[in-house]
Design a protein around this ligand. Structure first.
Ligand code: ADP
Ligand code: MG
Length: 227
């Protein structure tokens, strides 16, 4: 399913923090939304989740930290059941097993409270929960910034493998051009509340057209990671 909207904008405290923005994402496409801190990435992420849901599409959102998605007083199993219930789905052990296996969290004790799982496992669990309903689009806002680089890389690699066999598109929001270029085929560059560049990852790495993209490219950190 194609995902598109036009003229989306956001005003806060009398200031336009998202200028009118139009975007189209193809089914199964992996798109990176990059830009410096404060450029408006999260604003666009939240606005597009709201807009596309209003248009009837199934959109999942993974926040930066698992703390935002998990109640420390509740068990992992409780969160899973709630996520199924929110989607109107009956409990399905096979679906849970498939997603737990895909994100390599099948050895975690679901009877435990979330804080007893490692940060990496918590975030993988949050991603698995987001995939329960096979959404049209998965929006990940700085999904690995609370994780160490090796756990971050393997989480993104597992997710990419899972998505590669499905029609779920991905919007990866990050300030890290290195991360985005490893996992997205197309990159959108944000600056001052607007998308200033929209190009294939190869094209943007080879010849960034705008100052914003050139600056991200100059200051990128290319970590040598197994992904
Ligand atoms: N609720 C709000 N009220 C006023 N300004 C906001 C609000 N939310 C975000 N902003 C401002 O909008 C800009 C973009 O923020 P944000 O989307 O969080 O950027 P990013 O995710 O790229 O770091 C920032 O300058 C931020 O201070
Ligand atoms: Mg942000």
């Amino acid at each position: 399913m194609k995902l598109s909207f036009t003229g989306l904008s956001v005003e806060r405290s009398g200031r336009n923090i998202l200028h009118p923005t139009s975007l189209r994402i193809e089914a199964g496409e992996r798109v990176g939304l990059i830009g410096t801190s404060g450029s408006g990435k999260s604003t666009l992420g939240h606005a597009l989740v709201d807009e596309l849901r209003t248009l009837g599409q199934s959109i999942a959102h993974v926040p930066q930290s698992p703390d935002e998605a998990l109640d420390p007083l509740r068990s992992i199993a409780f969160h899973w059941r709630e996520a199924e219930r929110a989607l109107g789905l009956d409990p399905n052990a096979a679906r849970q097993q498939e997603l737990f296996h895909a994100l390599r969290i099948e050895d975690g004790d679901v009877g435990k409270r979330s804080w007893s799982w490692s940060r990496g496992m918590q975030q993988r669990f949050v991603i698995a929960m987001a995939l329960i309903g096979t959404p049209d689009l998965l929006v990940l806002d700085e999904p690995t910034s609370a994780l160490d680089p090796v756990v971050a890389a393997s989480t993104m690699t597992l997710l990419r493998e899972y998505l590669s066999k499905r029609q779920t598109a991905m919007l990866l929001i990050t300030h890290d051009l290195g991360l985005a270029s490893r996992h997205a085929e197309r990159l959108l560059v944000m600056q001052d509340g607007q998308i200033v560049e929209d190009a294939s990852t190869d094209q943007l790495l080879e010849a960034p057209a705008t100052k914003a993209a050139q600056s991200l490219s100059t200051h990128r950190s290319w970590l040598q990671l197994p992904c």
